[in-house]
Design a protein around this ligand. Structure first.
Ligand SMILES: [Zn+2]
Length: 299
C-alpha cells in the first residue's frame, strides 16, 4: 500500500476530508466515493465524481450511480459558482459512473464512441441491480445516453472559457468505452477506472489493451491522476501499481495456461503476490481471472 504517500500528499494539498468535494487543483473539484462493492450496501456513491471550472462554463466528470449523489454535486456547484454546467463527461459504461446523468439535463453528455452501445447492452442488468440496491431512488435515475461521441485516438477539446480540456477515447482496456479527461491548465488527468487507487483494479475489457493504454498514459506529462476509485496521487503512485498488478496477473495466467492448470487453480493463485497491495482483493481478483483466463486460452 502507498498510504503514507497519499497521506503526505493530502497534507500538502490540504484536503478537507469532511467536505462533499475537495479542490484538488485550481478549479478542479473531486468527490471521493466509498470503497464498496456493487453488493449489499451499494448506494450509488462509490466512484469519484467531480468537475472542472472555466471562466464561462463547467464540465462535470462522471455523475455517480444515482440522481441522489449527482444532485448533491449539482447543489454544490450552484451554491458556489455562477457558470452553468454545459458539459457532462462519462468516463465509461459502468453503472456507478453514469446513473446521475439525468440531473444535468441542460448539458451535452460526452462519451467514448462505443459508450451508447455499451450502456444499451448493459441496461437491463443495471436496471435490475439499481432496483435491488437503490430501491425507489432507481425510479428517478433513468439511464441517459450521451449525445456527443468521441472517436478512438482522435482527441476532442472542450473550451470552458480560458481553459481547455482534452477528451481522449481509448481502444478496449478497462472496458470497451474508456475515455480520459485531461485539464491542460493543471495537467490533471481524470482517468476513470483505467486507474484504481487502493482498491483492486477491475478488468472488464481486455488485459492486453489495458496494459497498452496505461503504458501510453504513463509516457504523458501528467502532474496528478484522479482515479475512478480511491485517492488522487502522482502518476508514479497511480499508474505504476496498476501496471504492476496487471502485468503480474497476465503473466501468471499465461504461465498457468502453458502448464495446463485449470481455471480454478488460476483463480486461487494468479496475482496472489499482489494480495496485500489492494483492498477487496479476493472478490475482484477472482472476477478478473474468470474473465481473462478463457480469453487467454485462445491466444
Ligand atoms: Zn468501471
Amino acid at each position: 500500500m502507498y498510504k503514507k504517500i497519499f497521506f503526505l500528499l493530502l497534507l500538502v494539498i490540504n484536503i478537507n476530508a469532511h467536505a462533499f468535494v475537495q479542490e484538488i487543483g485550481p478549479g478542479v473539484f473531486v468527490h471521493i466515493g466509498k470503497h464498496l462493492d456493487v453488493d449489499e450496501g451499494y448506494d450509488g456513491d462509490i466512484c469519484n465524481i467531480g468537475f472542472i471550472v472555466g471562466e464561462e462554463s463547467i464540465a462535470v466528470i462522471d455523475t455517480g450511480g444515482s440522481y441522489l449523489v449527482a444532485n448533491k454535486l449539482l447543489k454544490y456547484i450552484s451554491d458556489n459558482f455562477k457558470q452553468p454546467v454545459k458539459y457532462v463527461i462519462n468516463t465509461h459504461a459502468h453503472l456507478d459512473h453514469v446513473y446521475g446523468n439525468v440531473v444535468f439535463s441542460d448539458a451535452d453528455i460526452y462519451g467514448h464512441k462505443d459508450l451508447s452501445k455499451a450502456l444499451k447492452s448493459r441496461a437491463d442488468i443495471y436496471q435490475g441491480i439499481n432496483e435491488r440496491y437503490l430501491g425507489k431512488i432507481s425510479d428517478r435515475s433513468p439511464l441517459i445516453l450521451p449525445n456527443k461521441l468521441v472517436d478512438i485516438n482522435k482527441p476532442e477539446y472542450i473550451d470552458l472559457g480560458n481553459r481547455k480540456v482534452r477528451l481522449e477515447a481509448h481502444p478496449i482496456a478497462h472496458t470497451e468505452s474508456d475515455l480520459t479527461v485531461f485539464d491542460e491548465k493543471t495537467k490533471i488527468l481524470w482517468s476513470g477506472d483505467l486507474v484504481f487507487s487502493e482498491r483492486t483494479p477491475v478488468v472488464d475489457g481486455d488485459i492486453h489493451g489495458f496494459i497498452n493504454v496505461l503504458e501510453d498514459l504513463n509516457k504523458q506529462e501528467i502532474d496528478l491522476v484522479i482515479p475512478g476509485h480511491g485517492l488522487p496521487s502522482s502518476k508514479q503512485y497511480a499508474i505504476q501499481p496498476m501496471l504492476e498488478y496487471l502485468i503480474i496477473l497476465r503473466d501468471d495466467i499465461r504461465q498457468f495456461i502453458d502448464n495446463g492448470e485449470s481455471l480454478e487453480f488460476a483463480i486461487d493463485n494468479a496475482a496472489s503476490s499482489q494480495k496485500d497491495q489492494w483492498l477487496l482483493f479476493d472478490i475482484q481478483n477472482k472476477r478478473n481471472v474468470n474473465l481473462i483466463f478463457p480469453m487467454m486460452e485462445w491466444e
